[in-house]
Design a binder for this molecule. Sequence first.
Ligand SMILES: NC(=O)c1ccc[n+]([C@@H]2O[C@H](COP(=O)([O-])OP(=O)(O)OC[C@H]3O[C@@H](n4cnc5c(N)ncnc54)[C@H](O)[C@@H]3O)[C@@H](O)[C@H]2O)c1
Length: 350
Amino acid sequence: MILYKNDIAKLNEIITSHTKVFVLLDENTEKFCLQIINSIDLLKSNTIKIVIPSGEQNKNIETVQYIWSRLVENHADRKSLLINIGGGMVTDIGGFAASCYQRGIDFINVPTTLLGLIDAAVGGKTGIDFQGLKNQIGVFSQPLAVVILFEFLETLHKRELLSGLAEIIKYGFIVDKVFLEARLQNSPVNPVNPVLIKKAIEVKDEITCQDTTEHGRRKILNFGHTVGHALETYLLDNHQEIRHGEGVALGIVSALYLSEKYCNLSHDITLYYKDIYSKNFNRFDLTKIPVDDLMEIMRHDKKNEGGDIRFVLIEDIGKPVYDVVVKPEDVVDSITYLIDYLNDADYWGK
Ligand SMILES: NC(=O)c1ccc[n+]([C@@H]2O[C@H](COP(=O)([O-])OP(=O)(O)OC[C@H]3O[C@@H](n4cnc5c(N)ncnc54)[C@H](O)[C@@H]3O)[C@@H](O)[C@H]2O)c1
């Protein structure tokens, strides 16, 4: 259930039907978001705070153990509620912790990042990273509600907004070109466009409600994610900065290259996206990236079956195909293509 600001009465009805209410925050959402929540009287009941360290490197089993310990020491029972207030890191880990605690307690997601709003908080994927692999452990488990408030975006760092923008652009390629605003190609855009954000939430909700456990059409949401996740995993393991959406934005370049090869996608669409990328996103230097390591990470991708590496590709804008088995040598070529693009002075004016 998606709730907006004018549905707060409904939210309080849900909250008061529980015995104890726990609020999960990371150190930044405690600092920036709690005051917004208090100012609009979002949480009328007494709550018990659980604060975890921020960042993807903390989306791990140790943090889950800490959450469970806090629930145990505060006598959380099966009618307790966990409200996850944060970006995708908090909603992923909080949803997972809640879904396992006493075989599952209710949880609500209150996303505070753009990426959280339009993607991570909606759809019921929960989980943590394990042994250097992203989201390796987790369960599908639906939140009771997702509460959408645009106010949180005001304190968000520009780089986090761009990370969300990447996922909005992804919806443009796989679902509806309305997400590909004309301005994207010409100049940097303001990622906070409430109309597009609401539409993106609807799209994610609609696709994930039809296919809750990702056996079919939901897979299209992974467009750009095969190479994107591998880059994110490798760079984070090697203590280099990258946001989830930045990985996806890079991964889309490789996915478009492969779409040309496997699905006859017009090269013009790849050129169009490269213009969008260079006007809006960071130029990463991937020259030294060990492609063999990326390939090894991709072999563990959850979308694979029987040892094949599978991609979501597109035949055209709005025409995705999933479960495309791609030959390893073509995956390597798609990464080389991405690296060459990032080194191509024509796009970057240097
Ligand atoms: N479950 C899903 O379907 C799904 C989908 C996409 C991504 N994800 C996951 O989401 C995670 C990425 O989410 P994210 O990009 O939101 O990152 P994040 O949760 O790590 O948040 C990014 C940073 O912004 C800070 N922050 C959050 N809200 C803030 C606010 N309002 N003001 C100031 N700072 C704020 C956080 O503390 C953090 O430092 C990844 O772990 C990814 O795997 C999950």
